[in-house]
Design a protein around this ligand. Structure first.
Ligand SMILES: *Cc1c(COP(=O)(O)O)cnc(C)c1O
Length: 676
């Protein structure tokens, strides 16, 4: 039992407390007030957020410390200017900025990469891309790709009846392929065949053997000759998160004997010329180029064998899987890829040429179905930070010591004083043990809420002191690894992870996150991001890093002005997989075209979903809701003294919300940032 004089302890306690609070930022030093101490060079800011590594030259940090979009042609424009203008016009955030020029540029880059490879290897045959629209069916996306890809005969791929209906209505180059994948019922097959009668290059990809006979029957009924592709189940697998999409256990595709059965059946029908395409897909985001080569080699062997057996296949489709280097590390890490676009095109073309030469068969036209790599770069999600919370930022209310303070709180107090460079590990463990005791005692009724509050605040201060020592270590002991995360700020962002970045929630896809401005200023806080859903899963606590995955993101202290984060590379899959958790709906979108001289034009503004729409999706009709509300106000007038004027106002407010945006809206954006 340690006895100590309360008054003599209180003084050092308070001063410790003050020192500890500064740990959240950085070591106090004489330079602290120097005007240059907080400046950051644009190049260093770019490095800090890895911008040059993941941006594929579509984004950069400007000399003014702002994120700029830089479509080809020497164009550039500040993204924070765009957001400010949109907000000033009365629109709300979150918002997606879409850049059609970036999307068009990706279409050209992929086609040009294949064109060059074809030229380099003197390849006999063409390249034709196909965009699998499941990656992003947004009208702007599909139309921009169709338009930019017209001269390259870029086609589309549908995986359902609805997708096919959408594809059939597009204006494509007559040579462009329209591939029909996925499981198909008779309605799907009919629609595909009608497409051929319109003169479109529709190919029905057989995913199952049974689809063949059904298609033959329907095509005879309609009098339309089909064109078939066959998806082959490679034994080769991709690499990374979608490894299981390929290989023997894959969900889709025919095996070798089924494939031969298709060939024989078509030979019987004297329809060998209807088998126009051989197709494979070994999974998305292939991180390792060797897997691409192995897969392409295998499918080309299959092609060559079929050709030798009399097939007249025109297209060899190597599927999707071309990666996006989300973290910029150029590695086989799941968020990266160890190859470039031109290496991919080269390896595909070279491998096919080599196998065909060896097998002495003619070279096919090459088709690939890149979705992710085509669309990821073109859009950026803009989320405003509306609040910041965390153990090191609120002045923890360190209550005065109680007369009868419990010993465990006293122990923590002593521990706080004694933490130093040599014992911080031990101190950390002791503090955790003391905190557990504190909570156990509280649960059993032996500790007051007052002592608990004081004890927890002291515990927090201990962690901050320990963190200070850990920060300077090269090697962080396992038990202390989570400390930065525990002490990190939580920046509350006005968005729903489930609606806008579902893959970050579901499968840990990492998206680069960068503040849109203040990049000429050193960020002083380490934060994780939390969204406004009532779900503790609604947080981002994994961030890109060239060597690792970071658990916190360096951000600027909020200064009462709007602070916007851009989430980049989110144009693939995120727009369509989002879910309506808490009835947060689709977000506002602006399609922005960059012009010369740093100018830009918002070509189209697409409003996000209104609350009314979200409720309708759940089966509530607006009229029904209003009727119920009216009935209740009438009742309240009778029973609870609600006035007629109040009823009117209540109903007006209710209707306003029904017609409103589902996210937080503040009249004056400056008030939306928590007062600090
Ligand atoms: C989803 C899908 C693609 C797209 O893959 P990415 O990795 O996005 O390029 C391509 N082909 C098929 C058959 C698909 O199902």
């Amino acid at each position: 039992m340690v006895l100590w004089n309360r008054d003599s302890r209180l003084v050092p306690m308070v001063s410790f407390f003050n020192v500890a609070l500064e740990y959240g930022d950085k070591t106090p030093s004489l330079l602290e007030d120097h005007p240059l101490k907080n400046t950051l060079k644009p190049a260093d800011a770019a490095e800090l957020y890895s911008v040059p590594y993941w941006s594929s030259s579509f984004f950069r940090v400007s000399d003014d410390g702002e994120m700029e979009v830089t479509p080809p042609g020497g164009l550039s424009a500040s993204m924070v200017d765009m957001v400010d203008e949109i907000v000033a016009s009365g629109e709300s955030l979150p918002l997606i900025l879409r850049f059609p020029q970036v999307l068009g540029s990706r279409v050209r880059q992929i086609n040009e990469a294949f064109r060059k490879a074809i030229e380099t290897y003197d390849y006999r045959g063409k390249y034709q891309g196909v965009f699998p629209i499941k990656v992003n069916q947004r009208r702007m996306v599909v139309e921009t790709i169709a338009d930019a890809g017209y001269d390259y005969a870029t086609g589309l791929e549908a995986g359902s009846k609805a997708e096919l209906a959408l594809c059939l209505a597009q204006d494509l180059n007559p040579e462009a392929l329209l591939c029909c994948n996925g499981f198909k019922d008779d309605g799907f097959l009919k629609l595909a065949l009608w497409g051929r009668s319109l003169g479109k290059n529709v190919v029905i990809t057989l995913e199952k053997l049974s689809e063949l006979d059904r298609t033959l029957r329907i095509s005879k009924e309609l009098g339309i000759k089909p064109a078939f592709g066959v998806r082959f189940r490679l034994h080769a697998k991709g690499s990374g998160q979608w490894e299981e999409s390929g290989g023997d256990a894959a969900k889709f595709g025919l095996n070798a004997s089924e494939l031969l059965a298709v060939l024989e059946r078509l030979r019987e029908e004297d329809m060998l010329d209807s088998l126009v395409m051989l197709h494979c897909h070994i999974g998305s985001q292939i991180t390792d180029i060797r897997r691409v080569k192995v897969g392409v080699r295998e499918i080309t062997q299959v092609y060559a064998n079929l050709m030798k057996r009399g097939a007249r296949i025109k297209y060899l489709n190597v599927g999707g899987g071309l990666g996006v280097d989300y973290d910029g590390s150029k590695t086989t890490f799941y968020a990266s890829m160890n190859y470039t676009l031109s290496e991919y095109a080269s390896d595909v073309v070279y491998t096919i040429a080599e196998v065909c030469r060896g097998m002495k068969v003619p070279t096919p036209n090459i088709v690939s179905e890149s979705g992710r790599a085509l669309t990821a770069h073109h859009s950026v999600l803009i989320v405003p930070v509306v609040d910041a919370i965390g153990p090191t930022r609120e002045q923890p209310m360190l209550l005065e010591k109680a007369e009868d303070q419990h010993q465990v709180v006293t122990d923590l107090e002593e521990l706080l004083e004694s933490v130093n460079k040599r014992n911080y590990r031990e101190a950390f463990n002791d503090a955790n043990a003391d905190k557990e005791t504190l909570h156990n005692l509280f649960d059993l009724g032996y500790l007051s809420l007052y002592d608990r509050a004081r004890g927890e605040a002291i515990y927090n201060l201990i962690l901050q002191k320990v963190a200070k020592f850990v920060k300077d270590l090269d090697y962080v002991p396992d038990e202390l690894e989570d400390l930065p995360k525990i002490l990190a700020d939580k920046y509350v962002c006005n968005f729903s992870l489930f609606q806008s970045l579902p893959d970050n929630w579901a499968i840990d896809t990492l998206f680069p996150v960068v503040p849109l401005a203040r990049l000429n200023e050193k960020p002083t806080r380490d934060a994780v991001l939390v969204d406004i859903t009532c779900d503790s899963d609604g947080k981002m606590d994994k961030f890109i890093d060239l060597r690792d995955v970071k658990s916190t993101l360096p951000l600027h202290e909020l200064d009462g002005k709007p602070y916007y984060l851009g989430v980049f590379l989110m144009g693939a899959y995120q727009d369509v997989l989002g879910s309506a958790h808490n009835l947060f709906g689709k977000v506002n979108e602006a399609h922005v075209r960059v012009k010369a001289g740093g100018k830009y034009e918002v070509e189209l503004f697409v409003r996000g979903q209104k609350a009314r729409r979200m409720m309708e999706n759940m089966g509530y009709e607006e009229a029904m809701l209003l009727e119920s509300m009216e009935k209740q106000t009438k009742m309240a007038q009778k029973k609870h003294g609600l006035s007629v004027a109040q009823s009117k106002e209540l109903l007006e407010d209710y209707v306003e919300e029904l017609l409103g945006y589902t996210y937080l809206e503040f009249e004056d954006p400056e008030v939306s940032v928590a007062e600090l």
